[in-house]
Design a protein around this ligand. Sequence first.
Ligand SMILES: C[S@@+](CC[C@H](N)C(=O)[O-])C[C@H]1O[C@@H](n2cnc3c(N)ncnc32)[C@H](O)[C@@H]1O
Length: 315
Amino acid sequence: MELNTSSTFQTAVRPELRNLFREAERTWAARADLRALYGSIDSLDFWVWMVWHGAGEDPRIAAAELPFPPSELLERVAGWGCSHDTFRKGGIVDWRRVVTTLRDAGFTFERGHVLEFGCGCGRILRHFARFAHACQFTGVDIDADAIAWSREHLKFADFRAISTLPPMDLPDASFDAAYSFSVFTHLPLDAQRAWLAELARVLKPGALASLTFHGRRAIERWLDGTSPSTTPTAERLRGDLVKFADEGYLFYEFGRMTSPHASNEEHWKKLDRALYGNTFLSRSFVEREWTRHFEIVALHPAPDDWQDFAVLRRR
Ligand SMILES: C[S@@+](CC[C@H](N)C(=O)[O-])C[C@H]1O[C@@H](n2cnc3c(N)ncnc32)[C@H](O)[C@@H]1O
């Protein structure tokens, strides 16, 4: 099938992405049902279909996917026993939310340089292959193993290992947009302040950032016992709710973390507990604390009852 000239897919010429885009075009041409459902090969939802359903149903699409990280690295971002299917489905759903929060705020993904702060092994960033013909992507993380794997296997983006506290070795005002998923959910207040200032430094004035945090809905999951994490226990969190109502901020250091992977045992041991745990923020706290360098564009209560999104604009 000939693609119309407005298709963004045909310009995806990077060798490691060619098979993936070829499969998208082949599938689009072969599936009248998908064409009726999604209208355009450029539709975001068609891309989500390719990853969520296509890769599971069609071995040719699965064979064209970008490689999967080893299980140790999957575990670090998505929990012990995370399968490829869970990794791809969780990643594409979270990717879609990142894209729509930024798009709704005016970032089109037609050009520009986008930063992921705390990208791990690229669970979300890998799906930005969809826009690699138009935008540049950089992922940063303190996890040097995840960065080394991503650099070798997700060649369409640039990856950098960073320290637990700023600065990053990135120039001032060099990014048009940034996002961070499930990182500010783990940082105490001083580290949040330092990283927000650093993100503001590397973003251009007027640039957008979409950052997730644990808000009221995540607290409810802790209290009803459906949170996958027990730091803190539901009982302890319940006891701190008055403090949360007053201050809008709670932070709990992680206790000892164990893993069947020896390399992950070492990895968890090296983490500075004072700088990594579970953090809960109220909307008014975000409005007060996250606005030194940014204005709030939107606050989206967690669509998955887990990660709220704050969409910010660099002043
Ligand atoms: C829960 S994982 C989320 C990873 C990725 N955003 C995703 O959604 O798959 C949290 C990530 O934050 C990284 N991280 C923790 N502290 C950090 C810090 N101070 N600066 C940057 N990244 C940090 C961890 O190494 C880890 O990759």
